[in-house]
Design a protein around this ligand. Structure first.
Ligand code: PLP
Length: 404
């Protein structure tokens, strides 16, 4: 049946929530075993909670949130997002250019569905957040992966990116800060990407959902702020910055040269109307969440949980013979490298499965992020340090005897 043909295109999508390793973990749990899950970027199970004011406001607003809203979202939410775009220096954004969604995920899918005809190509990072690849393929397009270079702090390789541009290329996807690498891109790299988009007349999609989770005093730069003459779509939301993944609050912002994208914008509006609107109770807290006191700021400085856990896992992994990792600067992921020769590893999925079965710790193999070699995996470092220490000890012990 056709639906299964389509599903086949989704190979490897969201290995953090489905696929052979997660399936095995589920089987083990059904047998009563306890699994330590380092597979998914969901802060709530690890003791991170939403700011109190956000919860309070959702409670107060829920009785007034019963009807459909404007399909792009309620005024207060869109105004707050528009003002956030001003602060991030995203140019030429009006209220009509802001769309709320049930998470950024819904809008990623919507934006690609509106854009792609069969065979159109989209440049997507490798490693990627695999939803981008899956949604591109599902919309009939072709995901073409550009390399992010581990030896350069996981920055996109601009030469590789340019070499993969063809007459069929429609857009470049930038994920900054990055999942799974935790990289934060400097201005020069972003300018390089913008220059390529300018040279080849491409749309820029910038996924900036981790923009408030930046450490070491670094500052996040919005791609769109560097491209006033190009058409850009910036994606973000409250899932990560406010630790409320379950509330499903995301948005996208159209900016820059909208005149060149008139038809596309009409398509976006049509698809937005088709889903009626995003969750209205979720929209009701956007203004509260985006402005005022930001509890996330306490997590990402020395002494804060995300910062200290990052430092711990970075050191602990690099201390294990055969493992090396670039220090993440943002988000809450690390993407370590395994010495495949030393352990004779030819399948990263097998490696993750073997570790899971022996030590009951779940992580996602690199192939789950469209990384072609079997030499990486992703760890979510949201758990407290004592739990991360236990996981690192188990990995050290496992690798002391493991050969595939
Ligand atoms: N973009 C990236 C890079 C992500 O890592 C995630 C979730 O992990 C999303 C988008 C989806 O976020 P949302 O919860 O807003 O759908």
């Amino acid at each position: 049946m056709r639906i299964f043909e389509k599903a086949n295109k989704l190979e490897h999508v969201l290995y953090d929530v489905r696929g052979p390793v997660v399936d095995e973990a589920t089987r083990m749990e059904e047998q009563g075993l306890n699994i330590l899950k380092l597979n998914i970027g969901n802060p709530a199970p690890f003791g991170f909670t939403a700011p109190e004011e956000v919860i309070q406001d959702m409670r107060d607003n829920i009785v007034h949130s019963q009807g459909y809203s404007d399909s792009r979202g309620i005024f207060a939410a869109r105004k707050a997002i528009m003002q956030y775009a001003q602060i991030k220096r995203i140019p030429n954004v009006t209220m009509k250019d802001v769309f709320t969604g049930n998470g950024a995920s819904e809008l990623i899918q919507l934006s690609l569905n509106a854009l792609l005809n069969n065979g159109d190509e989209v440049l997507i990072p490798s490693p990627d957040y695999p939803l981008w690849t899956a949604c591109t393929n599902l919309a009939g397009g072709k995901a073409v992966h550009y390399i992010c270079d581990e030896s350069s702090d996981w920055y996109p390789d601009l030469q590789d990116m340019e070499s993969k541009i063809t007459p069929k290329t429609k857009a470049i996807v930038v994920i900054n800060p990055n999942n799974p690498t935790g990289a934060l891109y400097p201005r020069e790299i972003l300018e390089g990407i913008v220059n390529l988009a300018r040279k080849y007349e491409l749309i820029l999609f910038s996924d900036e959902i981790y923009d408030r989770l930046v450490m070491d005093g670094e500052k996040h730069i919005s791609t769109a702020s560097l491209a006033p003459d190009l058409f850009c779509v910036t994606f973000s939301g409250l899932s990560k910055s406010h630790m409320i993944c379950g509330f499903r609050v995301g948005w996208m912002i159209l900016s820059g040269n909208k005149a060149i994208a008139k038809d596309y914008i009409a398509g976006l509006n049509m698809l937005s109307n088709m889903r009626l609107c995003s969750n209205v109770p979720g929209q009701s807290i956007v203004q509260t969440a985006l402005w005022g006191y930001q509890s996330v700021n306490e997590y990402i400085v020395p002494g804060g949980r995300v910062y200290e856990q990052r430092d711990f896992i970075y050191k602990a992994l690099n201390d294990i013979p055969g493992i090396s990792a670039v220090k993440p600067k943002a988000a809450f992921y690390i993407f370590p490298k395994v010495d495949v020769k030393k352990f004779n590893i030819t399948s990263d999925t097998q490696f993750a499965l073997d570790f899971l079965k022996e030590k009951r710790v779940l992580f996602v193999p690199g192939s789950g992020f469209n990384w072609k070699e079997p030499d990486h995996f992703r760890i979510v470092y949201l758990p407290q340090i004592d739990i991360l220490e236990d996981a690192a000890d188990k990995l050290r012990d496992f690798l002391s005897h493991y050969r595939q």
